[in-house]
Design a protein around this ligand. Structure first.
Ligand code: URA
Ligand code: URA
Length: 242
């Protein structure tokens, strides 16, 4: 077997193993039925190259795609100086469910796609356990450019960027929102309450039910929190399917 194929097979098997371990942690005794292409161990698709410099039109609302294209050249805050890619968002523009994270990390900055690093792979496994895939939902962050060394976003950076998240939510108008971690929850809810108190309880953003939960990166450091997140996701599924 050629080396490359061998290594790809090994990588897929090890990703499958992690998926099964996580499903076991969530309390599953069997693998949820899904077609193979929805398994969260598929290679990530990159968004098509975007047209640059599109003019704004005064007479109609900007589309999500146009907003994303406009953001590619954003210089509203100093994060633009070190970024490789603006990480706007991915998924279904008509999604019922939007998941909002914090900010891109190294891999997201390289690829221009949110949640493609280790935390992202855990997020994919959470979605899989919910019988959802990236095609069903929309995923984005509060901050669209990577903070250096993955430090916390600063208040001024959030202030410069949050209008774009608000526009995304306005354009998508999902039925439900999941806020992943402290920054997403506190920004969308205009709250200073700690995530440990916010999580697990329905709130509202612009009349849209919002469920705050722990960030997947936090779960990587604190696997014991996975049980809480799964409880929160069950509440989301109940509302989504009910
Ligand atoms: N963490 C986030 O909050 N967002 C990403 O896109 C990746 C990691
Ligand atoms: N701190 C955060 O910023 N997010 C979490 O989800 C947990 C702790």
């Amino acid at each position: 077997m050629p080396d490359k194929v061998y290594h790809e097979c090994r990588e897929l098997i090890s990703q499958g193993k992690v998926l099964l371990e996580d499903l076991h942690d969530w309390g599953f005794s069997s693998v949820p039925e899904l077609v193979a292409e929805d398994l969260p161990i598929c290679p990530v698709e990159l968004p098509a190259a975007r047209a640059e410099g599109q003019a704004e039109t005064a007479c109609r609302k900007e589309t999500l795609e146009e907003l994303g294209a406009r953001l590619q050249t954003c210089t509203r805050c100093p994060l633009c100086e070190q970024r490789q890619r603006v990480v706007f968002g991915v998924g279904n523009p008509q999604a019922d469910l939007v998941l909002v994270g914090e900010a891109p990390g190294r891999e997201e900055d390289e690829k221009g796609v949110p949640f493609v690093g280790e935390a992202g792979r855990l997020l994919d496994r959470i979605l899989f356990a919910m019988k959802l895939s990236r095609k069903d939902v929309y995923i984005c962050n509060v901050i669209k450019c990577r903070p250096p060394k993955n430090r916390d976003p600063q208040t001024e950076e959030i202030a410069a960027c949050e209008q774009f998240l608000k526009q995304q939510l306005e354009l998508i108008r999902p039925r439900l929102i999941i806020a992943l971690g402290r920054f997403a929850a506190q920004t969308l809810l205009q709250s200073k309450e700690p995530i440990g108190r916010l999580r697990g309880q329905w709130r509202e953003y612009q009349s849209i039910p919002l469920m705050p939960t722990y960030h997947p990166a936090y779960l990587l450091r604190n696997p014991a929190g996975k049980r809480d997140v799964w409880e929160d996701m069950k509440q989301v599924l109940h509302k989504l399917n009910g």
